[in-house]
Write a protein that binds this ligand. Structure first.
Ligand code: ADP
Length: 522
């Protein structure tokens, strides 16, 4: 039983099933525990010892490791919910979260889907349908078609009418798949064929349409919350411009590019789009914001998003708990003017990818994990010491989120938290994030969705062999100790064992990390 507005709150449900794994499953379990809702986890054979299985009140194995045989088998998930007496199913993100048929099947089974109605998922599910809906609601969209292209000739004619570059996009798209930038007419036919192939493979649907390719915009998205009684509020923006291959790596709230006036306009636009779709629950409208301040609707994500914590921190509310309350029929008690961002929040996605080696997925056992803490630091993780990292699931291991009074302080705090983080046994994106935090363009906020790719070499060049850095740091510390005790400067100085002293900031950061790690373990 928890209290809200000084009133004792009745748990929205007695029991809820979480149809997901990893950090988001734990996130939902935590929300439920605070609301007094009992939890049922489902898991694959590969996840038998995963933290979400242990933290839930009950857990049921639903099949072998491949998600097509476990986390994606909606019928089995529903059957487990009924058998365990769960009243509601939270789908998290990915997996079954945006499958309209699943939302409908949950409803038809007499259970509550913690998400929008199946009809709203359908309305926003295809990018072309969403564009049509947005246009009818008066929401600005990127110039482009609202129908799939029939052939190359049609693509050619449309591209000519907008002017190159254009972007081919899969109507069923997601995760940046089935997208191709085309800069001239002679590249169009090949790009169309490969976008269709990729779309068919990824989504079982080869429909591709075309948009004007906007150069140098920011990705700015608006969080909305809608209840079942017609109340809709927006919770301001998140900026997600640090992207690789159209996938987000770092997110923040608010955005340096959004004034209170622009926030209000984008917010009203997002609310209009949500209303047009008959939207209920938490959702996100994604926009491109160009340098002139014009913004264009891209799509609506009909689920909780990976980056939701930055909004929670600056707006001071628990989005997952509100998802659950809304699903139980609670009306939103807020007025729009209650929401003004407080301070600055940044999130780094910690993935098991080797950023110094083309972001190659890394597998293995987490031999040692040290989680950062201290003021303003939040860790939403799905791993622990001993976790096996395989190739079956998404490489995102955890999210490191910080909150501070200003953007500069948030960057300093993130840098400090990244230095505290130790994950041994698998390669991770930590070093990459440190470099971004140290980059002058990121620090000044002068970035666009192309910034990361344009600066990839500088942000991902291999750091010197970590073992020699570790040795260098240790021997530098020993030399400094010698100097202090003997009173004589050492001839070797900080340069020893053939390794020169770190020069650029991030490398000195690595040396600090190596020193801390050595000390923690000893
Ligand atoms: P997905 O659903 O595959 O993630 P989105 O439509 O959300 O696809 O686009 C993903 C990213 O691709 C955006 O955040 C943006 O960086 C880029 N993008 C999408 N449309 C355009 C466009 N018309 N011009 C330039 N970049 C775009």
């Amino acid at each position: 039983m928890s209290t809200r507005f000084g009133i004792r709150e009745t748990p929205p449900f007695r029991k809820l099933l979480i149809a997901n794994r990893g950090e988001i499953a734990l996130r939902v379990i935590r929300a439920c525990q605070e609301l007094g809702v009992r939890t049922v986890a489902v898991y694959s054979e590969a996840d038998a010892r995963a933290p979400h299985v242990r933290e839930a009140d009950e857990a049921v194995c639903i099949g072998p490791a491949p998600s097509s045989q476990s986390y994606l088998v909606g019928e089995r998930v529903i059957e487990v919910a009924k058998r365990t007496g769960a009243e509601a199913i939270h789908p998290g993100y990915g997996f079954l979260s945006e499958r309209a048929w699943f939302a409908r099947a949950v409803r038809e089974a007499g259970l509550v889907f913690v998400g929008p109605p199946a009809e709203a998922i359908e309305a926003m599910g295809s990018k072309t349908a969403a564009r049509q809906l947005a246009i009818s609601a008066g929401v600005p969209v990127v110039p482009g078609t609202t129908e799939a292209l029939r052939n190359v000739e049609e693509a050619m004619a449309v591209a000519e009418s907008f002017g190159y570059p254009v972007l081919l996009k899969a109507a069923a798209g997601g995760g940046g798949k089935g997208m191709r930038v085309v800069r001239s007419a002679d590249a169009l036919a090949d790009a169309l064929a490969s976008a269709k192939r990729e779309a068919l493979n990824a989504f079982g649907d080869d429909a591709v349409y075309v948009e004007k390719y906007i150069e140098g915009p920011r990705h700015v998205e608006i969080q909305v919350l809608a209840d079942a009684h017609g109340n809709i509020v927006h919770l301001g923006e998140r900026e997600c411009s640090v992207q690789r291959r159209h996938q987000k790596m770092i997110e923040e709230a608010p955005s340096v590019a959004v004034s209170p006036e622009l926030r209000a306009r984008m917010g009203e636009t997002a609310v209009a789009a949500a209303r047009a779709a008959g939207y209920v629950n938490a959702g996100t409208c994604e926009f491109l914001l160009d340098r002139s301040g014009a913004f264009y609707f891209l799509e609506m994500n009909t689920r909780i998003q990976v980056e939701h914590p930055v909004t929670e921190l600056v707006m001071g509310l628990d989005l997952v708990q509100w998802q659950i309350r809304i699903a139980a029929g609670t009306p939103l008690p807020f007025e729009q003017r209650a929401f003004t961002p407080r301070g600055w929040a940044i999130e780094c996605r910690i993935t098991s990818e080797d950023s110094t080696n083309g972001f190659l997925p890394s597998t293995g056992r987490v031999e040692y994990l040290h989680v950062p803490s201290g003021p303003g630091v939040r860790w939403d993780g799905g791993i622990e010491t001993g976790s096996e990292i395989g190739l079956y699931y998404d490489p995102m291991l955890a999210k490191l989120i910080v909150h501070a009074p200003t953007r500069d302080l948030a960057i300093a705090r993130m840098r400090r938290a990244l230095l505290e983080l130790t994950i041994d046994g698998v390669e991770t994106s930590r070093g990459f994030h440190l470099r971004v935090m140290d980059h002058p363009a990121f620090q000044s906020g002068d970035i666009s969705i192309q910034w990361l790719e344009e600066n990839l070499p500088a942000l991902t060049a291999p750091v010197r062999d970590p073992e020699s850095l570790r040795l260098a740091a240790l021997s530098a510390a020993l030399l400094a100790h010698d100097e202090r005790t003997s009173g004589r400067p050492s001839a070797a100085g900080a340069s020893s064992a053939g390794v020169t002293a770190p020069s650029v900031p991030v490398e000195s950061a690595w040396a600090t990390v190596a020193r801390h790690e050595a000390m923690r373990r000893s």
